[in-house]
Write a protein that binds this ligand. Structure first.
Ligand code: SAH
Ligand code: SF4
Ligand code: F3S
Length: 478
């Protein structure tokens, strides 16, 4: 049974973390030079949001951010465990960072996040990476000031992957967000779904929702600070509030935030098809600020595979959701995640995935080759397809999507779309579209026009399209 009441980290414990922050500030104040920190994040948006919290704590302690790990006095690597590839990349980079200690003995190296929340990984770091100073899991994130203070005060290497999987919610610690007009806002943590391939519930614990008033307070602060594109985050936002027992669901939360005055957009991810509802789509369609963007992963088009994945919906239900969402929002931008090569997937199963891709007409697809995660039920399931067969399916899936993608992008030709100008082109070639913008649905538009300003909304006419981006000119400017 799920716990009825999500626990909050007590105010005393939060006050203790602030006390540790102040003590570190005091320790650092005797230095002649300003100390720096460098953070690197692997994995999903949830992890990026977590890194912003760690960065917020480090800045309060007196560390300045740096883009160069060689200049850092503290390095924090926030890790991901979702696929083997992510873990290999983390381990590769740790070798590089620990070498930096040869030239700099005033360097503290920390690892946190999903990968090190796994006991076997924490053990591996303990044995094979002796220069890593602090390892802390997802449940210990809010205790970072305490852990760092202990290490800076001469403690042995610290490993803290404790915390039960019911988890806790911590409020009242600082956040350092990236520059620009986009902000992440975590509304809940953890996951209860236990899809059989997925490690996330094991490393992030059970679902727990922040209180609506805490979310709204932070949301209002973000709007007041000038953020204009806010993404609400959770592994399954559609089950928001179930643990709070307040009778507030995700659609209610969205509607509540949408009432906050201002010129901005709200997005959210991820939605699970088993919990997505018409009420949600109606709230999106009727909202003032809610983007018509939906990330609705289906993972596989085969009912047999969906059952073995423990997804709790079938292909017909998924189709009906898309149909309903598109009826209510004809301009919907739709994306999905797909896993290719789940244990036992046959060519016939895969054909059903292709059918779903054609049916869904996605603007963006995130496709993954199944990666075995030890400790998950799928890791024990018998497999038949060869590596080559799986790769062949993967390639065919990409080819199918490329055709759909091109057609969807081309449909924007000559249309006028409202974009939020959010950055500059990072193209190395000279470009006549120097600015980047995002449509309501989150599509990338390379923009030109003398009147366009960073952080502001504008109407642009699409003059060209490619697979990667739309190209727009300010309306009234050519
Ligand atoms: N909570 C989100 C997604 C979290 S992980 C959701 O349920 O949609 C992001 C994506 O990674 C998943 O949607 C899935 O497509 C993929 N993924 C998760 N575990 C995987 C594994 N073991 N192998 C390959 N892909 C995986
Ligand atoms: Fe993983 Fe499934 Fe939870 Fe998403 S819903 S995080 S895929 S267990
Ligand atoms: Fe990775 Fe953890 Fe996110 S495993 S995908 S960083 S929830």
């Amino acid at each position: 049974m799920m716990s009825k009441q999500t626990r909050q980290v007590s105010q005393e414990q939060i006050a203790h973390q602030w006390d540790c922050i102040n003590q570190i500030q005091h320790l650092l104040s005797v230095r002649a030079d300003a100390p720096h920190f460098y953070c690197q994040t692997f994995g999903c948006q949830q992890n990026e949001a977590d890194t912003e919290r760690i960065a917020g704590m480090l800045r309060e302690m007196g560390y300045e951010p740096t883009d160069d790990p060689k200049n850092a006095n503290v390095i924090v690597v926030n890790t991901c465990a979702v696929r083997e590839h992510a873990e290999k990349r983390v381990l590769g980079i740790m070798g590089q960072y620990t070498h930096l200690k040869e030239e700099n003995d005033d360097l503290t190296i920390c690892m946190c996040g999903c990968m090190v929340q796994q006991e076997h990984m924490a053990e591996k770091i303990k044995k094979s990476y002796p220069r890593v100073d602090i390892v802390f899991g997802t449940h210990a994130l809010w205790r970072f000031p305490e852990l760092l203070l202990r290490r800076l005060s001469g403690s042995k290497r610290i490993f803290d992957i404790s915390g039960d999987d019911r988890g806790e919610i911590s409020e009242g610690l600082p956040v350092l967000r990236g520059q620009g007009c986009h902000a992440w806002l975590s509304i809940m943590y953890g996951c209860n779904n236990f899809c059989t391939y997925c490690i996330v519930p094991y490393v992030r614990g059970r679902e727990r929702s922040r209180k609506p008033e805490d979310i709204e307070r932070e949301f209002r602060e973000l709007i007041a600070e000038g953020y204009k594109d806010i993404t609400l985050l959770g592994q399954n936002v559609n089950s928001y509030g179930k643990d709070l027992g307040l009778g507030v669901d995700f659609a209610d939360l969205l509607a509540r935030l949408d009432k906050v005055p201002g010129e901005y957009r709200i997005r959210f991810m991820t939605s699970h098809p088993k919990d997505a509802s018409d009420k949600l789509f109606e709230t999106m369609a009727n909202g003032t600020h809610i983007s018509h963007q939906l990330h609705l992963p289906f993972q596989s088009g085969s009912d047999e595979i969906l059952k073995r994945m423990n997804r709790h919906y079938d292909a017909a239900h998924y189709r009906s959701l898309i149909q309903s969402a598109r009826e209510k929002m004809p301009d919907l931008v739709l994306s999905s995640d797909i896993i290719v090569g789940f244990p036992g997937e046959t060519e016939e199963d895969f054909q059903k995935t292709l059918e779903m891709v054609r049916f869904g007409q996605y603007d963006i697809l995130y496709t993954f080759l199944y990666s075995k995660r030890s400790g998950t039920p799928a890791a024990e399931m018998p497999d038949s397809a060869t590596k080559e067969e799986k790769q062949d399916r993967f390639d065919r899936l990409l080819a199918e999507q490329e055709t759909i993608n091109a057609a969807r992008q081309e449909a924007y030709q000559d249309r006028i779309v409202r974009v939020l100008i959010d950055g500059t082109s990072n193209s190395k070639q000279p470009t006549d579209h120097p600015l980047t913008g995002r449509t309501d649905g989150g599509l990338l538009v390379m923009c030109r026009g003398d009147g366009l300003k960073l952080g502001e909304f504008a109407d642009v006419r699409i003059e060209r399209t490619s697979l990667r981006a739309l190209y727009g000119v300010e309306v009234g400017n050519g």
